[in-house]
Write a protein that binds this ligand. Structure first.
Ligand SMILES: Nc1ncnc2c1ncn2[C@@H]1O[C@H](COP(=O)(O)OP(=O)(O)O)[C@@H](O)[C@H]1O
Ligand SMILES: [Mg+2]
Length: 466
């Protein structure tokens, strides 16, 4: 694609001097704070009142930087992005653009969506112009700006095409052009590559980074939402890792000082991926302290602070067996690589093994505990027994089992657990956790679940002392 661009001058820019740095000067990294959140909290209305999704978020986005918001699914990345864009009001705390608290849509941002969000009845040119129409730009200027954006992003020749005639990659280019055409101070991207196939995503990522590095990008900062660690390390100057235990908070911020363009095969790149991975898989500090006795650690677990990861018994057993085959210990990044998986696709299984006491995270490695080794090597009956005693240490499984044991008819409606969990989690999180608990409880032969009356029933074997 031609990187020759007409974006050096801004026809609609009557703004500050800082915005009109010549294209040849590279990215203007004057450090001006463009976006800022202070004590941002966001809660959605749930079955049981307000459920916090984000809590205590203090974040700044400065001119000249690409900031990645990285986290597992459900950690509140999109919510944070929408708050920054002024599309969602905070529940408490403030969001400001150039020091002015937002009262509505952020005038300094434009958004690229995972699903492209194009209007099918409009051509590429018309879709791109759309962004400007809303801002009252004259038709003549609109057309010119759209052509510039279309050229910049490699869509020349597609101006009169309709979205349905385009490949996914080309459609997302339209998404980019539509956002860039307004020359926003901050370009917001919500998992912009995750609906594309691997090669297309890689190609588009590369082109965008080339534009950014060459200073031709008509925006001063970028906020990228992603669940892909490598993508974050590839693109960002700063990675903000969001954790969701139980509410979305900033777990840690990682500066990425790697030279651009970045070399995915370098040791430094690998090291950083491993480090970020460790942060994402990290337990809260207190449960990681060595020397702390197992009993105290387990005692502190509650349904509220120990959500069940979305990992089936099959999935976590599969991972345990793979680690066992590698000598009970392996580097997670390498394993993911071998399997052709995104490293974060394995996080729920890793969490599950850890939660069950089958594995521990040590540095970049995952190592099986003695129990985990026994579990991986056991025949079905034996593995069920091992699994059952481990699962009974998991608060939600224990809660369900003990509740059933306390009932004369040994049954409890799912709604009972749903209500209890609703105090701490969103309804989606509640459903996912109940599904996992059901899978684990069934395998362990602790309890069964009947979906018609939505009832849990104690397994006959579960009454035996364990
Ligand atoms: N409009 C909404 N109403 C209620 N809950 C929501 C809404 N949007 C998102 N959530 C919940 O908030 C949590 C965070 O969602 P989201 O910000 O989309 O996370 P991410 O982008 O990291 O996957 C999830 O548990 C999700 O179910
Ligand atoms: Mg999202």
């Amino acid at each position: 694609m031609s990187l020759k661009t007409l974006f050096g001058r801004r026809s609609t820019d009557t703004d500050t001097a800082a915005r009109t740095a010549p294209a040849t000067a590279g990215r203007p990294a004057d450090g001006e704070v463009l976006l800022e959140t202070v004590g941002l909290t966001k809660a959605y209305a749930g079955a049981d009142g307000e459920l916090p999704v984000l809590s205590g978020i203090d974040l700044q986005v400065q001119a000249g930087e690409i900031v990645a918001l990285l986290g597992k699914s459900g950690s509140g990345k999109s919510t944070l992005l929408r708050c920054l864009a002024g599309l969602l009001p905070p529940s408490s705390g403030t969001v400001s653009y150039r020091s002015a608290p937002l009262t509505g849509a952020n005038p300094g941002t434009a958004m690229v969506f995972q699903t492209f969000a194009l209007l099918p009845w409009l051509t590429v040119q018309q879709n791109v112009e759309l962004g400007l129409e809303a801002r009252g730009v004259s038709p003549q200027e609109r057309a010119e700006a759209a052509v510039r954006a279309i050229d910049l992003i490699g869509l020349d020749g597609f101006e009169s095409a309709y979205p349905k005639e385009l490949s996914g990659g080309m459609r997302q280019r339209v998404g980019f052009a539509r956002a860039l055409v307004v020359e926003p101070d901050v370009l917001m991207m919500d998992e912009p590559f995750s609906a594309l196939d691997v090669l297309t995503a890689e190609n588009l990522r590369g082109e965008l980074m080339e534009l950014w590095d060459s200073g031709q990008f008509p925006t001063r900062a970028v906020v990228l939402v992603t669940h892909n660690i490598e993508e974050a390390v590839m693109m960002a100057d700063r990675i903000v890792v969001l954790g969701s235990r139980p509410y979305g908070t900033i777990r840690e911020t990682v500066e990425v000082a790697l030279e651009r363009p970045r070399d995915r095969d370098s040791a430094a790149f690998d090291e950083l991926v491993d480090r970020v991975y460790r942060i994402m898989t990290g337990r809260p500090k207190e449960t990681r302290l060595p020397g702390r006795s197992e009993a105290v650690r387990l005692d502190k677990r509650t349904v509220a602070n120990t959500p069940l990861p979305t990992a089936s018994v099959d999935g976590l057993s599969g991972l345990a067996e793979m680690i066992a085959h590698r000598g009970n210990r392996c580097d997670l990044a390498d394993l993911a690589d071998e399997l052709g998986l995104d490293i974060d696709d394995m996080l729920p299984q890793v969490d599950a093994l850890d939660l069950l006491g089958f594995a521990e995270i040590s540095g970049d490695d995952l190592l099986l505990t003695d129990t985990g080794t026994a579990f991986a090597g056991a025949d079905v009956q034996k593995s069920k027994t091992i699994f059952a005693s481990a699962a009974l240490e998991v608060p939600l499984v224990k809660l369900i089992t003990n509740s059933l044991r306390g009932k004369p008819d040994a049954t409890v409606r799912a709604g009972f657990f749903r209500d209890l969990l609703a105090h701490h989690y969103t309804s989606e999180q509640v459903e996912r956790q109940l599904e996992t608990a059901t899978d684990w409880g069934r395998y362990a032969e602790l309890f069964s679940y009947d979906s018609a009356p939505q009832e849990y029933r104690l397994d006959e074997n579960a009454d035996l002392p364990r």
